[in-house]
Design a protein. Structure first.
Length: 490
């Protein structure tokens, strides 16, 4: 029998040992714990993280300013309150936007330098970074942890997801990081962010996944991982890494007004984009041909849904895949290729990832009834919009002035079409204002029936009981959208 010498452990150590045994015995099988140190992981992954320096030609006199310390002002950097406006300083004291001796409005070229990060994902030298890091660059230099510097060329860029693939040439295989599975990442998982914030090379920060599927308004395919691992300007394009040393995201943006709120593009999105950029230099996306909007609680009631979900079709493009498949305005798309469409934001991503020419099944709710339609996906052309322009949130409340739209009035107001009711005024605090209606909007339908006279609207409104909602189809600019306007409860 062996004994533990009293001198080997003191009481605090015995307490900690006992606590560790209790936690180990009570923990679920397969549970992972916080390592005592991230040093081994950081040492393992850092050689594959690179510092990207870009040089671009800028014309002065345009009124644009760039960030300090070589940082380009992109999605993850904004002018902070109280920060001096140096552009205004130079304008006032040196006689114009061009600086000393440059007449106002006269452009003057100069070289602007910026920094970012990237991660080597292939031993042959392919590097993933952000599009905003390398866009419009005249020269790209990549520095590895061993202080070697390589020129790089752009293989392809995708502004819609803010991803870019660049390539460096080396006479030997380079260290690289494997790509993980961001779908398996859970909120609360530990992650490391590695990059070059403010030019401080190979800075390592630790945190957790704070949320998944974040929509931050960066683009039509927003689906960010949120993390509290510290991310700063210069981290853009660097990797977010799990405890296995695999990339689960590409760090892209921060919330400047918050602390510990950063966003990374999920690596599963990166894989698909990278494969296309590597093979063709561009991204080919599927196209359905509909204008969509969110389904609110009020809209769900009007369209026969049990809950607010899906994507409401506000318009169908002529001769589009949607039109050919029989999709109609007012349909609510609730399933796409067997996948549930939880909200409006889900549909553009699902369509974009569908190969062009593939036939998929759609489930729509039309007039309270479910229908299944087959659609052959087309190709999204450059400049096309995959979804509706953002409108004001539909709220509740009636107080608007209407006038029948005539060809002459439509021409004066620059409105397409000559049928409907144009809103000439909205009373502040009224049901119309709370519903998000604006002066210049054109009401095309009331309760899903075409409207041409003011009396049609007033008759329908008169039938509303307190708290009831009236469904309107409104044309705003080039985008039609559905709105529910509610009668006051009192």
């Amino acid at each position: 029998m062996s004994f533990i010498r009293r001198s080997a452990f003191n009481k605090p150590a015995l307490v900690l040992l006992a606590l560790g045994l209790v936690l180990a015995l009570s923990a679920p099988a397969g549970a992972k714990y916080v390592p005592a140190s991230f040093a081994d992981l950081a040492s393992k992954v850092s050689p594959a993280v690179v510092n990207i320096r870009i040089v671009k030609t800028i014309k002065s006199g345009t009124g644009r300013m760039f960030g300090f310390r070589g940082q380009q002002q992109g999605p993850d950097q904004e002018k902070q309150p109280g920060q001096p406006d140096l552009h205004e300083f130079f304008r006032r004291f040196f006689g114009g936007p061009g600086g000393p001796g440059v007449p106002p409005g006269h452009p003057r070229e100069f070289k602007q330098r910026a920094l970012g990060s990237g991660v080597i994902v292939d031993p042959s030298g392919f590097v993933i970074t952000n599009n905003h890091v390398v866009a419009e660059a005249d020269e790209i230099l990549v520095r590895t942890k061993d202080d070697k510097e390589y020129p790089a060329e752009i293989i392809g860029r995708d502004p819609k997801t803010d991803l870019a693939l660049i390539k460096i040439k080396a006479d030997h295989e380079l260290p690289f990081l494997p790509l993980g599975d961001s779908d398996k990442v859970r909120v609360g998982d530990w992650v490391l962010a590695v990059g070059n914030p403010f030019g401080l090379e190979h800075t390592v920060t630790a945190g957790i996944i704070s949320a998944k599927g974040r929509i931050i308004g960066a683009g039509p395919y927003d689906n960010f991982l949120q993390t509290d691992a510290s991310i700063n300007p210069g981290n853009s394009g660097g990797p977010l890494i799990n405890l296995e040393g695999k990339v689960v995201g590409i760090n892209t943006a921060i919330a400047p007004q918050g602390q510990g709120i950063g966003f990374a593009i999920p690596v599963n999105t990166t894989k698909k984009i990278m494969a296309q950029l590597k093979s063709t230099g561009r991204v080919i996306r599927g196209w359905l041909g509909v204008t969509i909007q969110p389904v609110t609680k009020e809209l769900a009631e009007k369209f026969g849904l049990d809950e607010p979900m899906g994507a409401l079709v506000a318009n169908v493009v002529d001769d589009s895949p949607a039109a050919k498949a029989g999709i109609k305005r007012g349909d609510v798309i609730v399933r796409y290729d067997g996948k549930k469409v939880k909200d409006m934001q889900a549909l553009p991503r699902l369509v974009a990832e569908t190969p062009v020419g593939e036939e998929v099944s759609l489930r729509v709710v039309r007039g309270g009834e479910k229908k299944t339609l087959e659609v052959t996906i087309g190709e999204l052309k450059s400049g096309a919009s995959p979804r509706a322009k953002a409108g004001e949130p539909e709220q509740s409340k009636l107080g608007l002035s209407l006038q029948e739209l005539t060809p002459e009035l439509a021409k004066q107001l620059g409105i397409k079409g000559d049928k409907g009711l144009v809103i000439t005024g909205v009373e502040g605090g009224s049901p119309a204002a709370e519903a998000g209606l604006r002066r210049g909007d054109v009401i095309l339908e009331v309760a899903q029936k075409p409207v041409t006279g003011v009396s049609q609207f007033t008759d329908a409104a008169a039938k509303l009981k307190p708290g009831d909602g009236l469904l309107l189809l409104v044309q705003r600019g080039d985008s039609p959208l559905y709105v529910v306007i509610k009668a006051p409860k009192k």
